[in-house]
Design a protein around this ligand. Sequence first.
Ligand SMILES: [Zn+2]
Ligand SMILES: [Zn+2]
Length: 249
Amino acid sequence: MHRSGAVMAWNVFKFCTALRGLGSIMILLVLGVVGVTYYAVVITNYWPALYEGGFDSFVALCVLALFHGLLGMLLWSYFSVVFTDPGSVPLSWRPAIDEERGESDPLSGSDYSGLQSDSTNPRVRYCRKCNQYKPPRCHHCSVCGRCILKMDHHCVWVVNCVGALNYKYFLLFLFYTFLETSIVTLSLLPHFIAFFSDGEIPGTPGTLATTFLAFVLNLAFALSVLGFLIMHISLVSANTTTIEVISCI
Ligand SMILES: [Zn+2]
Ligand SMILES: [Zn+2]
């Protein structure tokens, strides 16, 4: 389980590295997918279905309520990951003194220079780029250009690092994205199947194309986010992070 998770994480990493150049445009891309989906689900299909009466209206009401509720949670968790600081090392942080091994305070005495090297003291790590000590499980992000506490990975979809302080929002974002894309896929499935039937399909070429695109996009996101969600649940249950698993390969 661990090994397959690590291999999958590595593949996702390679894919995400290719998207890194897009920077903040990734936020517009996410909002674009949300916009296309909103147009297909609400405006094209289920808002008009509200007025059909009978059971169709009831189904449309349920789909619209679920869709909007989950969309609100998805956007809230997404922007929480984007705007929450993942956690940087406090300026005053110093490695704890190991009294049993007889080490002195790293900032006073002759041991100071020796502590900067991993080989002389593997328990104290030092970031040469930030010029500061690294707490355990802290990693330097080359994209953010600083050390991140309990860094998981630099996520191109949220244009931010996922670390100690925004990991919870990241997990919620995965969870709500999976639910939302699954609801959208299921609600558009009858319309998608209608494309391959012989009868006349109501709608302009524009609305039909949007429905088709929204279905394919949401199905792809639902499947890939499910894989990502399972991977992160296994990471959390093993108290580890993406970066720690990858560095063990
Ligand atoms: Zn650093
Ligand atoms: Zn980063």
